[in-house]
Design a protein around this ligand. Structure first.
Ligand SMILES: [Zn+2]
Length: 167
């Protein structure tokens, strides 16, 4: 029985939550508050996460919703995803190297879109499946290897995107 007070504490988006399954044990992952996961980070205490306690695996939600950001990640996958972000994020965050003039938010969005398109093409996956949050450890490793081997930059990705459009 949920009291009126408890209901008022939870936003409608969170009440209408999707069912999320832990990819490791295939059990339903309940929605929990960040306080359970990050007791030292008060900023995260009220944020919703889907968590499997047995696997120490969790995933956050899109801001203001109960929509998970990807699949639940255990500590190995969390580390692997962090490695992808370290290798990948500079490919669009350093857009000022490749785009003349004042680099606006729009330019960063374009650079980011192109960097994801580049990564998707090289991983051989669809652009809309290319979200680090959805990657498993194998895909993370492949992504980092590709970036290290091919060493793209915002400049080469911009040229790649233009050549591809012209093809
Ligand atoms: Zn689990």
């Amino acid at each position: 029985m949920v009291t009126e007070h408890q209901v008022s504490m939870v936003s409608p988006a969170i009440v209408a939550r999707p069912s999320v399954v832990c990819p490791y044990c295939e059990c339903p992952a309940p929605l929990v508050r960040g306080k359970l996961i990050y007791p030292r980070w008060p900023d995260l205490w009220e944020k919703p996460f889907y968590m499997c306690i047995a696997d120490r695996a969790w995933v956050g939600c899109h801001e203001g919703t109960a929509k998970p950001l990807g699949r639940l990640a255990d500590s190995a996958l969390r580390q692997a995803k962090q490695s992808v972000h370290s290798a990948f994020d500079p490919l669009w965050q350093a857009a000022h190297d490749a785009y003349e003039g004042a680099v606006s938010d729009r330019v960063y969005r374009i650079a980011r879109h192109r960097a994801y398109a580049w990564l998707a093409a090289h991983l051989g996956i669809a652009r809309d499946e290319c979200h680090v949050g959805m990657f498993d450890v194998t895909t993370c490793t492949r992504a980092v290897d590709l970036i290290r081997t091919l060493a793209p930059t915002p400049k080469t990705i911009r040229a790649w995107a233009k050549a591809r459009r012209g093809a």
